[in-house]
Design a protein around this ligand. Structure first.
Ligand SMILES: [Zn+2]
Length: 152
């Protein structure tokens, strides 16, 4: 199990001064590290809110990765200061009777809906690319006749 920081006071980091961001990131990290007696290097942005400055300050504070609440799938570590992640609340994965549904939760965790959306988007892109005349896949055949060439 890995413990990560969520800032000291759940401050929305994009709405406060850089000095406050720095303190929130530093103090939370220090408190956890002292209590756990181990390094804390992951951060979850409160409400997922982050911008370029917050990302830079997170890196400078010694975190190696951070989590947003952006939907979708992480395909690489390129965006490791804005990993996509599911934001769960008590109203998440409600079944037909309005109660928590393990089945709906399993479907949501598998990101099946997101994968279908991505697949549709990829298929649409492929379809558009295939029908693009500039792509060279459509060939126009013109017959060259002696008259067209100016011959008789
Ligand atoms: Zn939170």
């Amino acid at each position: 199990m890995e413990f990560g920081s969520h800032t000291k006071s759940h401050t929305i980091l994009t709405q406060v001064t850089p000095e406050r961001v720095e303190a929130e990131l530093r103090d939370s990290k220090q408190t956890l590290e002292e209590a756990l007696k181990k390094r804390v290097c992951l951060l979850s942005y409160p409400n997922g809110n982050h911008d370029q400055l917050v990302v830079e300050m997170t890196r400078e504070a010694g975190y190696i990765a951070a989590f947003s609440c952006l939907p979708g799938i992480n395909y690489s570590c390129d965006e490791r200061y804005a990993f996509r992640r599911k934001h769960l609340t008590e109203y998440y994965s409600l079944g037909l009777r309005g109660e928590f549904s393990e089945a709906f939760f399993a479907v949501d965790l598998c990101d099946i809906r997101e994968r279908i959306r991505l697949l549709r988007s990829l298929m649409e892109r492929q379809r558009r690319k295939a029908s693009d005349p500039a792509n060279g896949l459509e060939v126009t055949v013109t017959r060259s006749t002696p008259q067209a060439r100016g011959e008789e």
